[in-house]
Write a protein that binds this ligand. Structure first.
Ligand code: SDX
Length: 431
């Protein structure tokens, strides 16, 4: 239970009894008010979209949206992106501390030895149409993993939870690459234990049995950084979906499939794919003003994809690192004059100077530049959210595990009912 603070929240409704609500203090960030006394007094809170609601206590990630701060177990994302790797950050998110040399080597060895999937899963893909969206395939295949791993489904067993984490972190790149290979009619590439996590993913995506695959270390580093930057982000929609699904006791594979489904939406993880589609629709710098005007028009549902965030009311620190990575990758590939990157940079400048965006504190988010990097690496737009899911898997499983490592209740929100009061059934001949 969190530390109670000295301050109290008092609530008096219509002159009734005054409720004294406990206030809890975190390590950093806003205090929270425990409102559990409200229901016995016949009331609920009302907070659609959970804008002002803390759903749980957590020690994994902290965001200060006003300052553009993102910490993973206390370490700033900028430092992790510069000095760490995705697998080392996975270790940090799951175990709470950076690994020693020996712990890191053992973790990397363990993950690499879980990258293969059951051969029967390969035939699972053949049930999909070739043009199925890779996220649709991923939702189905990850949910099906629980049909293969009956040996690690006891969620009360810490070792079962750990092996499920290993399997999910290790197999997501393999399943993601298989979704791509299936869509282009090429054979699946088996993972290789001599490659790093990101190198292996690029190999499984772009390698083929007819020739050796040469790893481009700049692209592999960029791919690893993209996984790292997407690793975790507090109680976002997909992580909340994983926690809510997990609170019923569902197995980890079903919970991660729920996270994948929630991530797919264009307001969340689907935004990276939507950013590329938007940049391609803008097509030329001369049309940017037209699209900025559409984004500002209350009667137009169009939004500038890759801008805005529920929490960040300052630059998303991940977007800054992503922008640097985009410059590195495009320079490495000789694409400095990439037209989409030029449109993106011009759009960012215009939006950041426009009163509408300044007033509403709409800054580029993690999705704004990631699509440009992925496109430059040669990953098709339909795979962008799949890449996000691969990176975010460790965050989902870390939160799922954190929830199961302490007492928890099944999530069951209440509602404000505005439907009909009780009424009697009407026989059809009287309607
Ligand atoms: C991710 O939660 C996380 O942590 C998510 C994430 C993670 O790592 O898990 O960070 C990943 O999902 C990043 C966000 C990717 N989505 C997009 O880029 C889609 C475009 N952005 C928006 O749809 C929107 O900004 C959200 C969904 C991201 C946030 O929406 P909120 O917090 O519910 O804010 P809102 O919709 O109430 O917007 C506030 C105002 C509104 O105007 P008013 O009604 O107050 O007049 O800002 C406007 C909105 O119309 N607005 C935008 C806008 N985003 C918000 N106007 C134009 N273009 C935009 N992109």
């Amino acid at each position: 239970m969190p530390d109670k603070s000295d301050s109290k929240a008092t609530l008096t409704i219509d002159g009734g009894p005054t409720l004294e609500l406990p206030v809890y203090q975190g390590t950093i960030g806003p205090d929270v008010i425990d409102i559990s006394q409200l229901t016995p007094n016949g009331r609920f809170t009302f907070d659609p979209g959970f804008v002002s609601t803390a759903s749980c206590e957590s020690q994994i990630t902290f965001i200060d949206g006003g300052k553009g701060v993102l910490l993973h177990r206390g370490y700033p994302i900028e430092q992790l992106a510069k000095h760490s790797s995705h697998l080392e950050t996975c270790y940090l998110l799951i175990y709470g501390e950076l690994p020693t040399e020996a712990q890191k080597a053992e973790f990397e060895y363990t993950i690499s030895r879980h990258t293969m999937v059951h051969e029967q899963l390969s035939t699972f893909y053949s049930g999909f149409r070739r043009d199925a969206h890779p996220m649709a395939i991923l939702c189905g295949v990850v949910g099906a993993l629980s049909a293969f791993y009956h040996d690690s489904l006891d969620i009360s067993d810490e070792k079962h939870r750990e092996i499920a984490a290993f399997r999910l972190i290790a197999k997501m790149p393999t399943l993601a690459a298989m979704s791509y290979k299936f869509s282009i009619g090429q054979p699946f590439m088996y993972p290789r234990n001599d490659l790093s996590y990101a190198e292996n993913f690029l190999y499984m995506m772009f390698g083929n049995p007819c020739e050796d695959y040469q790893v481009n270390h700049v692209l592999a580093r960029a791919m690893d950084r993209i996984f790292l930057l997407h690793a975790d982000h507090e109680q976002n929609a997909s992580t909340s979906a994983v926690r809510l699904t997990g609170s019923s006791g569902a197995n980890p594979f079903a919970c991660i499939a729920a996270g994948i489904a929630a991530l797919w939406g264009p307001s969340h993880g689907g935004a990276n794919e939507a950013v590329l589609e938007m940049l391609e629709e803008i097509g030329d710098e001369s049309r940017i003003d037209e699209f900025v005007a559409k984004a500002k028009d209350k009667n137009d549902p169009f939004r500038l994809m890759g801008f805005g965030h529920r929490v960040y009311k300052n630059f998303d620190p991940r977007a800054k690192v992503m922008k640097e990575t985009a410059d590195e990758v495009l320079t490495e590939l000789g694409l400095e004059d990439d037209p989409l990157l030029k449109i993106a940079k011009r759009l960012e400048t215009i939006a950041l100077e426009d009163d509408y965006f300044v007033q509403k504190k709409l800054y580029p988010n993690v999705d704004f530049y990631s699509g440009i990097i992925l496109k430059a690496i040669g990953i098709p737009t339909s795979m962008f959210t799949v890449i996000f899911a691969v990176g975010r898997t460790v965050g989902w499983i870390a939160h799922w595990n954190e929830m199961h490592s302490a007492p928890y209740k099944i999530g069951r929100p209440r509602q404000l009912y505005t439907g009909y009061p009780t009424r009697d059934y009407q026989p059809i001949n009287t309607r």
